[in-house]
Design a protein around this ligand. Sequence first.
Ligand code: FE2
Length: 367
Amino acid sequence: MKIEVDNNKVLFNNGSSIQEIHPFWLRERVDGEKYLDKGTQQRLFDPSSMNSEVSIEKAIINEGFLKIHFNDGVNLKLALDRITSEFSKKDTVIKSINKIKWDSSLENIKNFNFNENFYDSKEMHEMLVSFYEYGFVIIKNVPTENNFIVNFANSIGSVRRTNFGEHFNVRSKSNPNDLAYTTLHLSPHTDNPYRNPVPCIQLLHCIENEVKGGFSTLVDGYTVTENFKKSDPEFYKILSEVKVRFKFTDKSVVLEDWSELIHLDDNKEFKQVRFSPRLDYVPILEKNKLDLYYKARKKLSDLYNAEKNRIEFKLAPKDLMMMDNYRVLHGRTKFDPEEGNRFLQGCYIDFDSTEGKLRHLKRKFNI
Ligand SMILES: [Fe+2]
């Protein structure tokens, strides 16, 4: 990738083709103090209200910078690598972290240790990278007083409040409005598939865990569905095409959203799984299609529930687990409340929190 100048035209040469860069694209990037507020890095002019028929009177390249004089009298000095980075069209911070596939053979899960300076530290950066690699991470020794989970979440980004509150207490109670608040076994599921948008990340903080059961279980929806694509392409296809209705109802709210069980991005690549078989309603389709759909869903359910795809472990008091609710399914084994207390606190944050923090730490430590 190279930026070149020819006869006052600025060219982008990617090795196999050369294209001219629109002069107004460059004019929009003028960053002298008259044009850009240094503190906020926001423009002090509005390019959407300007005539885009601007032309370049003089362009030169000198010591890694492109210098331009435009016909409206404005000058630009722009680092060449800033231009080439924009041409890569890649979110170099998040997308450059490759997802690591895992199943029950995953060993030596890397834990992180909370300390006073954790939030703005290199460990936090490492923790976030690990989170994007595996879809979950565990931080040990996180204080448990005064709903500390809210503090923790707000120090990465902002809590995503829902009708369950800013945070929720997971312990068995009478008349629960969700099976999470019972002592029952919970099979692998993603949370809140009926919300628009679905909360991106769930934090679960263990306050007390005195029971013998109550193990946490995790399944990597990314690994399972990528393998499923190869083993059962027809099943994969129908589950990534048919949108189903997810619904939650209680006394004060009715929440509803439609999505495929395997949601793909514009390039037909993995984006999100939703799975909560107590809450999904498949639309009425031709009998043959529904027949295929039900077989496909059963197969996917079998895979999500298979021992070979699941890791199982016990959270100890002060352990805080952070899970990607678009990628990882979670559950728990049943427990006997007569054995003691089991008390977890949970809350949600969205991807802007982790992404924003990660970019900030990369900038801070020049990583
Ligand atoms: Fe859940």
